[in-house]
Design a protein. Structure first.
Length: 318
């Protein structure tokens, strides 16, 4: 393990994605060297264009379903399509990314004896029968449905991480991410915040599935990355999993109306049938994050949406 100086050499898989690029920014701000590995399936070079002149940043086009041989001090595994449009485009590859990607990154961490972080998801809870969701809830997931490539892929990745933790005494950190939004989201990723904002800015009808009474909890990206960093810096004997998300709960219709208000759009609401296995409720219990990490979100939904609207407004005009 290369821990012979304060500056770390860090690998971030999925580093050109929405979350990965924000994490890379923060790690570079801390003075570390960052290797960003991404196959650019959902990530984009636009998210990391501002980093190419930084001598401590390196981009590597790589798919985590293939082994990677590097010498690093720390691994952050964020590589995986995370929106229904993207992960259902090639469900087999999505499962491979979660499972083979975890195996390859865990193997690298085992060889280097370095800490490794796994970005898991609230989707491991499926359509929950428990509300809000605690880390000790095992979930309600359809293993053969159209979303299972992502849901079960992430569940299997968690299994692998904890088997490596028990069998090889590997230092792991597992975060279960709830709905996160902010600048650098992909405009066509099909996620509810980006969908509503883009539709509102264009004056298009805003698409709501069902009657919009399903709930979600929205965490601004800066808050989430702060939670990531606190989890990775936590004591070695605390592997997680830890819920990271905003416990403030809103209906999808409330979100749509807030976006229309903030954009001044004249968009109308249109209603479509609910997709199969779409969760009706999603809200994190973040008691563990508060107790172990001293973490809770600080950015209010209205401020976070305003920042995100400004980003998409500039992107669409460009």
């Amino acid at each position: 393990m290369r821990s012979y100086e304060v500056r770390k050499r860090i690998l971030v898989t999925g580093g050109a994605g929405f979350l990965g690029s924000h994490l890379t920014d923060r790690l570079l701000e801390q003075g570390h060297e960052v290797i960003c590995a991404d196959n650019l399936f959902t990530g984009t070079k636009r998210n990391i264009d501002h980093l190419h002149d930084n001598p401590r940043f390196e981009f590597m086009r790589h798919d985590v379903t293939f082994p990677l041989y590097l010498e690093v001090d720390e691994i952050w595994n964020l590589a995986c399509p995370a929106s229904p449009i993207h992960y259902s485009h090639d469900p087999v590859q999505t499962t491979k990314t979660s499972v083979h990607g975890a195996i390859n990154m865990l193997g690298l961490a085992k060889r280097l004896r370095c800490p490794i972080f796994q970005s898991s998801t609230s989707e491991v809870y499926g359509d929950p029968a428990v509300h809000p969701q605690r880390e000790d809830y095992w979930g309600n997931v359809n293993p053969i449905g159209p979303r299972s490539c992502y849901d079960e892929g992430k569940r299997c990745a968690e299994t692998l991480f904890f088997d490596y933790y028990r069998q090889h005494q590997l230092e792991i950190k597992v975060a279960r991410i709830f709905n996160t939004y902010g600048p650098r989201m992909h405009p066509n990723d099909g996620r509810v915040v980006s969908n509503f904002i883009v539709q509102a800015l264009r004056g298009d009808p805003i698409t709501i599935y069902g009657q919009g009474q399903q709930t979600r909890s929205f965490c601004y990206v800066d808050d989430l990355i702060d939670g990531f960093l606190r989890l990775m810096a936590s004591e070695p004997g605390f592997p997680g999993p830890v819920n990271l998300g905003n416990p403030g709960e809103f209906t999808i219709r409330e979100l749509a109306e807030k976006v229309i208000d903030l954009t001044g759009s004249k968009s109308q609401l249109v209603f479509r049938p609910l997709p199969q296995d779409d969760p009706m409720q999603r809200q994190p219990d973040i008691t563990l994050a508060r107790e172990k990490l001293g973490w809770e979100p600080k950015v209010q939904l209205e401020q976070g949406l305003q920042n995100t609207i400004e980003y998409f407004d500039a992107l669409l005009k460009a």
